[in-house]
Each structure stands twice: as structure tokens, then as C-alpha cells.
Ligand binder design. Sequence first.
Ligand code: UT7
Length: 331
Amino acid sequence: MVAGVGSRLPSRCVTNDDLARTLDTSDEWIRARTGIARRYVADAGTDTSDLAAGAAERALASARLSPAGVDTVIVATTTPDRPCPATAPTVAAKLGLGPVAAFDVSAVCSGFLYALATASGLIASGAAEHVVVIGAETFSRILDPADRSTSVIFGDGAGAVVLRAGTPDEPGALGPLLLGSDGTGVDLITVPAGGPGRPDAAGADTGSAGRYFTMQGKKVFWLAVQRMGECAATVLGRAGWRVEDVDWLVSHQANHRITARLADEIGIPPERSVSNIAEVGNTAAASIPLALDHAHARRLFRPGDRLLLTAFGGGLTWGAAALTWPAIDPV
Ligand code: UT7
């Protein structure tokens, strides 16, 4: 069950007007086509592990759990501090957790749900007791500053939850989870270069553009609506919930038009669909835990509220989960 939640944003806020100074874009276009007003960008001295550790500290405080109680750290990220090793051990060290299990999960914008499923399985098997599950990104590091179709959308940030064993009828209980993928869509959302098979610009075969994140936005838009809609419906069925039983839809904050369309297709009224995209943009793996923490800070959720989580991202990957909100106070 979820026992705590927290988040962390970098201090530098970048507005749409800031971006329009160097890109052929406008505040009007970005707001209308994506719902985004501003996003936060990490400065050169801030790594994904710094944001992740900041979010985890707050989640631990919210769970009233001391670092000594943590045995596992999972970081979902598309933008690790380094290609090797994983970022989670650095996060554990920054938190002073000692020799805990620590590893990353890579599923782009679905990464947090993949990490949540992994944590839940570790707890169910008895391999872990208290897991810090983090979604963290410095996505700005992989954006092409000249590509207006991606650089207006993504932002940096981190969100985290603390997961521990619980009973299904307790507020905080994590219900059925469903994950999926379709690798035939690998080229729709990708950083093509940088791996051993295709070295980056220094390795010469791709040119510098290959180092940057690319997305075929139009195609991805409809796939996101379709896949999130399908897996959210399956999870609802497995949880034994009717659509009317859902208090809040918390979907990946990819684009406000995607979340609106998705809520409409599932049958959830717009005011029951959590949204913080205007404030933070699309933060990829950090999106869902950031949305949870921001909604919690606004006291939107009551203990026992039924939440339907769903995400879609590169891979292609997707997932959904049922969650009842725990009885925790905003920190
Ligand atoms: O997080 C993982 C999952 N991600 C998603 O699900 C994202 C899905 N896709 C999207 O959110 C949207 O497709 C985008 C926001 C990326 C693009 O919005 P769109 O409504 O699909 O725009 P479009 O790509 O069809 O472009 C429409 C026009 C084009 O101009 P022409 O060809 O009609 O003259 C683009 O060149 O808008 C132009 N455009 C822009 N104009 C001003 C594209 N980006 C911009 C921009 N500012 N930033």
C-alpha cells in the first residue's frame, strides 16, 4: 500500500513566452494545443538523482518513515545521471540509506507504473518491506533546443511514493495493475543514438541530431488515448469498480487534449480528472507521482478515494493501476 508521497521541482521556471523568444512558437499555440503554461528546468549542477532524492525525502517524511526503515529504492527515469550505472544507487547514497537494493526501471512515460508494479511484486514476495518508488527526469537534457514540437512540451521534476505491505481494504491499497508494450512502435518516441550500437555524434554515424529525443506527436496522440483507455478499462473490471466508483482519474500528463479525450472515452467527468500539466508540462516518468503529490497538497483526495492511474510512453509502453488514497497529511 502507498504510505507516503512527495515531489520536487527544479527552481528555474520557464514560461511559454520565455520559449517564444528563441523558438518559432507562441504562448497561445502552446496553451491551446497542449494546456501547458510553464515548466521547470534543472540547472547544470542539478542531476536526476538530486531531484529524485528531494522527492524521496518528502515522501519519507509524509510516510513518517526514517531512512533506516527503507530496504529498496527504484527509480523510473528516461534521463539517468549516466548511461551506466543506474541512478537509484546514487539516490540511495544521497539519502544516506546504507546498503539497500537500488535499481532503475526504463519505460519512459510509463516508467512509474512499471516501477510501482515491480515494488508491489517485491513486497508480495517478501523480498522487500518498504520501497521508495521514484519517477524522476531531467528531460531538458535530451531535448533538441531547436525542435519546437518537443521542447515546448517536456519539463524536469520528480515524484515519489513509499510502498509497504498492507491489506486490500486499507486506504492506500494498490489494486490490480496492468502493463503492456509494443516494440514495433520503437521509432515513434526515441533517442536513436547514444547506445553501443549507434554511438553519438562523436562516434560519427548518426550526426548530432541522433542524440536528441524525437517524437511523432500526431501518431502518438491517438495511440496514447487508445492504449490508456483500453488498459484503464481492463483494470477497472479487474478491480470490480464501475466507472461511477472512480473518484479521480490520474493519467500521464502528456497533453491536456489527451487527458480530456481519455476521460471522455472512459466516462469520467472532466472535473474528476487530475491535471497539473499547466504548471509542470510533460515530465515523463515523473508525471504521475508529481500529479499525485500536487493533488494531495491541494487536499483534493480524501482517504479511501478511488484513483485510476494510467500512463503511455516510449517503447511503446503503457499501464494502469487501481489505488485507494491513504490517510496521510500533506507535509
Ligand atoms: O509523453 C509520451 C506521450 N506523448 C504524447 O502522448 C504526446 C502526443 N502528442 C501531442 O501532444 C501533440 O501531437 C503535439 C503537442 C506534440 C503536437 O500537437 P498537434 O496538435 O498534434 O500539432 P501538429 O504536430 O499536427 O502540428 C500542427 C501545426 C504544424 O504546422 P503546419 O504543418 O500545420 O503548418 C506544426 O509545424 O503546428 C505546428 N507546430 C507548432 N507551432 C507553434 C508544432 N509545434 C509547434 C509549436 N509552436 N511549438
